[in-house]
Design a protein around this ligand. Structure first.
Ligand SMILES: [Zn+2]
Length: 427
């Protein structure tokens, strides 16, 4: 069921960082971040890892397309999937199949007999480039045996595919996802357009992603869906029925964050954004949606903290992705502009807690330069120390930069960064 709520423009108060001098020379500002990231300073906390999907700056007609089709066996916590990967001319492929059981793989090329393909010992399919276009067809199965370790869950209470669940290429592709939904389930994935149609008595979900991604995430469950229109952006909540009473406030807050960050950085990158509840305890920000654990969503402070952090990843982390080297700068910047800024609004002692965390967890024998930070999930060894560096120290580096060059240059630099690096990767 979709309920439309109205957004009242004047119900939220925002503190904007105003631009005082747009003419200031920006070459000295944001773009020196890369150099500064390698210095060693202190910093503070953060909230959630994000999986780091991003778009690439590649002409779309040169990109492979990847169509995935799924069906689920809830009783046995398994899925069956097929992939169709259309490779343009002269395109190599390295396709990691990880924990998937490949049940068939065939390579088709015009005027040639279809070839049966096998993965190597590491369960990777590698194809050398050839002058013709080709199509690789794969079928696989996957068991979601250990949801807390794999981030994949397939049960009658909900489905989450946030780990390794489909053949994963080493390059970005254009994705289409189709899934047969269990009765009563609603699905959500990346993409600007998704639909659910009834076909042969089954609910068929389809999502098309108009920009290149390395891989997809998917969630489905007995969701109650609400929506709120904010300017030209449709904001949705996909909450379990028992938590649906929380949705309206989440939607209102989400609209507020989008308004706040648009003023700070530039237009929101997507035409829709969804807040999706997960049975697993996650806090991920993907292109077009955030996947928040049920226990997380019920915490009263999350909509004042993590929600804004994940929405900010729409600009930094998703629209502008991470380059292959140079470290994960997005978490430091997101912590600074979201967590630290929100705390500042309330006069909270954010920096003190950053320093305390850094002092408590980071020592000479476990420290590292910021450029070595790539991310840290809660289950990862040394996660607190790594996060104290990547989030807290990273955030404080951006704070130092802001203080050094002033608000005008700093925030104009953010806008310039977004204009020039949108849909690309940056380091
Ligand atoms: Zn984050």
């Amino acid at each position: 069921m979709i309920i439309l709520l109205s957004y009242k423009k004047n119900t939220l108060l925002f503190q904007y960082h105003t631009l005082l001098n747009r003419q200031q020379n920006m070459k000295n500002s944001l773009f020196s971040f890369v150099l500064i990231l390698t210095s060693s300073v202190l910093l503070c906390p953060a909230i959630t890892p994000f999986p780091g999907l991003a778009r690439a700056a590649v002409a779309q007609n040169a990109l492979p397309s990847h169509t995935i089709a799924l069906s689920f066996d809830l009783e046995h916590s398994t899925l069956s999937g097929t992939s169709r990967i259309d490779l343009p001319k002269n395109t190599p492929l390295a396709l990691h199949c990880g924990p998937l059981t490949i049940t068939g793989a065939i390579l088709e090329q015009e005027d040639q007999t279809p070839l049966r393909i096998k993965a190597n010992r590491k369960n990777i399919i590698r194809l050398n480039p050839v002058p013709d276009s080709r199509t690789l067809l794969i079928s696989w199965t996957m068991a979601a045996d250990n949801p807390f370790a794999s981030s994949n869950l397939i049960t009658k209470n909900g489905i989450t595919l946030a780990g390794f669940w489909h053949p994963m290429p080493e390059q970005d592709m254009l994705y289409t996802l189709e899934a047969i939904l269990p009765p009563g389930f609603t699905g959500i994935s990346e993409g600007e357009q998704s639909s659910t149609t009834k076909r042969n008595g089954q609910q068929q979900f389809q999502a098309t992603v108009p920009y290149p991604l390395r891989g997809l995430h998917f969630a489905a469950g007995p969701y109650s869906v609400q929506a709120l229109q904010y300017k030209n952006i449709k904001i949705y909540s996909y909450f379990f029925p028992e938590d649906n009473h929380l949705a309206a406030e989440y939607l209102r807050k989400a609209a507020g964050y989008i308004k706040r960050f648009e003023a700070l950085i530039g237009p929101f990158p997507y035409s829709r954004y969804s807040i999706v509840e997960n049975r697993l305890p996650t806090g991920y920000g993907m292109p077009g949606f955030t996947l928040l654990g049920q226990a997380v969503i019920r915490l009263p402070f999350i909509k004042d903290t993590s929600l804004g952090h994940e929405i900010l990843h729409s600009w930094f982390g998703n629209s502008i992705g991470l380059a292959g080297s140079g470290g994960n700068w997005c978490e430091g910047l997101t912590s600074y502009l979201a967590d630290q800024s929100f705390a500042q609004d309330k006069g909270m002692e954010y920096r003190k807690h950053q320093l305390l965390r850094y002092e408590a967890f980071v020592h000479p024998d476990n420290t590292m330069p910021l450029s070595d930070f790539s991310g840290a999930g809660d289950n990862q060894p040394m996660a607190k120390a790594i996060r104290a560096i990547g989030y807290d120290k990273g955030s404080m580096v951006f704070n130092m930069l802001n203080k050094k060059i002033g608000d005008a240059a700093f925030f104009q630099g953010l806008k310039e960064l977004y204009v020039h690096k949108k849909n690309q990767r940056a380091s």
